[in-house]
Design a protein around this ligand. Structure first.
Ligand code: PEP
Ligand code: MG
Length: 857
């Protein structure tokens, strides 16, 4: 539908950030011409990147001959003048390179000017770059999201204007951006209402659109990008509400978010268990203290009372600019720490549990919280005090929401707030040194405390707060730690070191257990610990089956520091080094030299005998890189990722290849290509590797591929002719073969690599590898699945690559196997129809495996 563009309609124009850096008010620019708005209204960015990109689609209408400033015209007629640095005109173009010319039509995100920040900074007073709004028609007003921005951040500037200039053109979408549209009436059908994880999905989805979407319930509204505001609405089951949106992509946003809300299903989660007065009364005999089962199990140990340290903050700040800098630096640190925790939990407990820490990252980005914190900072308070104050207040509000599941999220909020404050204060929140067989008693534990518990010391815990549905309880269940929540407050008065028996299954802590009972339990725990110890002692020995077939056990690394512990835990090599950790969460790509140092460090730490398979950068639309804008994709798992992206972004690829080739001169590095689908991709990548090898004048390095796309398994015989090794990525292979998102919370049980269809693909791959005489390993989660190991060995997999702590256990399991029996078992598994049947078969045929059924090591 065409719209009469000449009508006096209010427009809401959404711009994306043209640079990475700190967005500051124009008044703070140290140049009176800009600060006093003689050029016009706007904002400024103190840049940390070296490329100016287009904040919207439009036409380049002016480029200064000194190449330091450029004007872009939005189709509405509004023009943005972007001026890199102050007094930069004096450089006469030195240090600038324009990438467009006047008259060019550009898309949002198109690179406009490259500049050499180091060179410019040495010669001019400041790199602060004003962005001035030059209205075609006078803008009504504009809104800026101050603080840290990354190139491409949507909505960092919203200009509301009326009417259109003669240049205006467009469709209904652009012409009606400012007008609010509403969804149909929606009904909450989640039994527990809109609690944290569904709300977090909504936050994630709304960030994908250039639109501002509000959820309206009764007379209250919540910004769909604010987890806290959504939780505070506490919409219960069967209540009605609707969505309301403005902005460029409002119709798409309303359609997608409505669909999401209609299709949301409840993940397997117990409804909250309330402690009743009966529970408490029955506990009052003095020998037992009652609580609510957070994670079942029975264990014995000694009491350790845990008191959280109070974080003291200074109220007065050192000026808003300094405090804002401190705040954003800490937000960045905490985001990184949470991402690392999320990856660790994903490996140790699973995707659904790891999602808890992705929700914590949403809290960090919550616009409602951030703007409150910034208001306090603007009023002269310190960053630490402001965060503490705002989080404290929000925690109190959430605790009072009349929905127990939502009230339980107050603990998550508290956790995130404490992390930020601790980071600003320069401290850490680590737990004190604990004695062995500790049963922790605490007022409350945070999700991060729980995820970081040392399992060799902590055998159980009890908290005064919390409930069966808290994230702490979910984590405890997945970690297999017996735990009670809402325990009788007298627990805090117990004697440290006192022997107790924790029966979390039946909801009590026994204070004076019969010595025989205690002894029996202690014995069981000791034998488990001994087994773990024995496995670790034998970790440096090879893993051979009973009939003397050697299986290599390698480790997967997500950071180079793990290499220091690799040989000690028996890793015979690195089966997968996810090099993404080097590239994500930063504003510039790591240099060749930085990569070279890190890869070289790994070769030194692992020694000359242990192969190190380094996978080249494997990212896509779901893991965007600030310095390599990847257009948003409707389905990033099926989009431009892995090798598809590397072949397009050859600068990134070539610099990584050079670093790998150089590091390979002093250690057994192998290069692995991710997400391969076609033979041509491998040939092109190999040609690039060869070119760089010749240019560097170094020797060749083995090149292999991940087999994780079904197409690669199906043409494995042809691919095997081209490469030196295969590594089967069962995580992606399973998601693509089964057409099930590997991170989907409610499909988690079904996304099982032991499905006969996936096993068939694995068999095709191993057969092709054997026929061509190349090595074949598995580096996805199935390699650490206790039930999966005999099947993989039986299908001809020669190397299993698992998380580092799991190496000793996997070696021990391999030593219990018989290759001939594994082969027979694998052949029978291939004839079955479901993963469930496969697991049943292994359990029946190898009863000794049943204890670990489904456990990912
Ligand atoms: C896989 O897909 O199995 C794999 C190991 O790679 P990632 O989990 O990093 O996608
Ligand atoms: Mg993969």
């Amino acid at each position: 539908m065409e719209v009469n563009l000449a009508s006096e309609q209010e427009l809401s124009l959404v711009f994306q950030a043209p640079l990475c850096g700190l967005v500051i008010p124009l008044e703070e620019v140290p140049d009176p011409v800009f600060a006093q708005k003689m050029v016009g209204e706007g904002l400024a960015i103190d840049p940390t990147s070296e490329r100016l990109t287009a904040p919207c689609a439009g036409e380049i209408v002016q480029i200064h001959p000194a190449c330091h400033a450029l004007t872009l015209r939005h189709p509405s007629g509004v023009e943005l003048l972007m001026h890199i640095g102050l007094d930069t005109v004096s450089l006469k173009g030195q240090g600038f390179k324009t990438l467009v010319k006047v008259g060019d039509q550009v898309e949002a995100g198109t690179p406009l000017i490259d500049f050499d920040a180091d060179l410019i900074a040495q010669q001019v007073p400041s790199l602060i770059s004003p962005i001035i709004i030059l209205p075609g028609e006078k803008p009504l007003d504009f809104e800026v999201t101050y603080g840290r921005a990354s190139t491409g951040d949507k909505g960092f500037l919203v200009v509301r204007t009326k009417g259109l200039s003669s240049q205006a053109s467009g469709t209904a979408n652009t012409a009606t951006d400012g007008e609010e549209i509403n969804s149909a009436v929606l009904t909450m059908h989640l039994p527990n209402g809109l609690h944290a994880r569904p709300a977090s999905l909504l936050v994630q989805a709304s960030k994908r659109f250039s639109a501002e979407v509000q959820l309206v319930y009764q007379d209250r509204r919540a910004n769909c990008r604010s987890l806290v505001q959504l939780l505070e609405l506490a919409i219960p089951l069967n209540e009605t509400f609707y969505l309301s949106a403005t902005g460029e992509e409002k119709s798409q946003a309303i359609a997608e978010l409505s669909r999401l809300l209609n299709e949301m299903s409840e993940e397997a989660e117990p409804t909250p268990t309330k402690r009743t007065s009966k529970d408490v009364a029955s506990s009052a005999d003095g020998k037992r203290l009652a609580g609510v089962t957070a994670a079942p199990g029975v264990t014995a140990g000694q009491v350790f009372i845990l008191h959280h340290q109070e974080l003291q903050t200074e109220e007065k700040g050192q000026g808003p600019q300094q405090e804002l800098k401190t705040l954003f630096a800490s937000l960045k640190n905490v985001t990184k720490a949470l991402q690392e925790l999320q990856s660790q939990v994903k490996i140790s407990a699973g995707s659904a549990q790891a999602a808890i820490f992705s929700a914590h990252q949403d809290i960090l980005e919550d616009p409602a919280l951030l703007s409150k914190i910034e208001d306090h900072i603007d009023a002269g308070k310190s960053a630490a005090w402001s965060v503490n104050h705002v989080f404290h207040h929000e925690v109190e509000r959430l605790e009072n929401v009349p929905n127990e599941l939502i009230a339980a999220r107050a603990n998550d909020l508290k956790d995130v707030g404490r992390r930020i404050v601790a980071d600003i204060l320069g401290g850490s929140l680590s737990l004190p040194e604990l004695p062995p067989q500790s049963i922790l008693i605490a007022e409350d534990l945070s999700p991060s405390d729980t995820a970081g518990l040392d399992r060799s010391k902590v055998v159980g815990f009890c908290t005064l707060k919390g409930g069966s549905s808290s994230h702490v309880a979910i984590l405890a269940r997945s970690m297999g730690i017996p735990a009670l929540a809402a325990i009788d407050a007298r627990a805090l008065n117990l004697q440290p070191g006192q022997k107790v028996l924790l029966n979390a299954t039946n909801g009590f802590l026994e204070l004076d257990p019969a010595p025989e009972k205690l002894a029996q339990l202690m014995e069981l725990q000791n034998s488990l610990n001994e087994r773990r110890l024995k496995e670790e002692q034998a970790a440096h020995l090879p893993a051979r089956t009973k009939d003397d077939h050697r299986v290599l056990v390698y480790a997967n690394f997500a950071s180079h520091e793990e290499a220091d512990r690799g040989p000690g835990l028996g890793a015979e090599g690195v089966g997968l080094m996810r090099s993404e950790f080097l590239f994500l969460n930063r504003e510039e790509a790591p240099s060749e030299e930085e990569q070279f140092q890190i890869y070289s460090h790994m070769t030194q730490a692992m020694g000359a005998e242990r192969p190190i398979i380094i996978r080249t950068l494997d990212v896509g639309g779901d893991k965007p890189l600030a310095y390599c804008p990847i257009p948003e994709e409707e389905n990033p798992f099926l989009g431009e990722r892995g090798i598809r992206l590397l072949l397009k972004e050859q600068d990134l690829f070539r610099s990584q290849i050079r670093a790998l080739l150089r590091a390979a001169q002093s250690g057994p590095i192998r290069i692995m290509l991710p997400m391969v689908t076609n033979l041509e991709e491998v040939q092109q990548a190999k040609a690039i590797i060869r070119e760089e090898q010749v240019a560097l004048g170094v020797g060749p390095v083995p090149v292999g591929i991940m087999v994780e796309v079904p197409a690669a398994a199906l043409i494995a015989d042809r691919l095997a002719q081209e490469v030196d090794f295969f590594s089967i990525g069962t995580n992606d292979l399973t998601q693509y073969v089964l057409a099930m998102d590997r991170n989907h919370p409610s499909l988690a049980r079904q996304v099982d690599g032991l499905h006969p269809a996936v096993l068939t693909m694995i068999e095709m791959t191993t057969k092709a590898a054997h026929a061509a005489g190349i090595e074949v390993g598995v580096c996805g989660g199935t390699a650490g699945d206790l039930v999966g190991i005999p099947l993989l060995v039986g299908l001809g997999v020669e190397e299993l690559s698992v998380s580092l702590p799991s190496v000793p256990g996997v070696k021990a399991r391999v030593r219990e196997l018989d290759l001939v029996a594994c082969r027979k078992l694998a052949q029978r598994a291939l004839t079955l129809s479901s993963a469930e049947d496969v697991r049943k078969l292994v359990k029946e045929e190898m009863p000794e495996w049943s204890t670990g059924e489904g456990k990912r090591l």
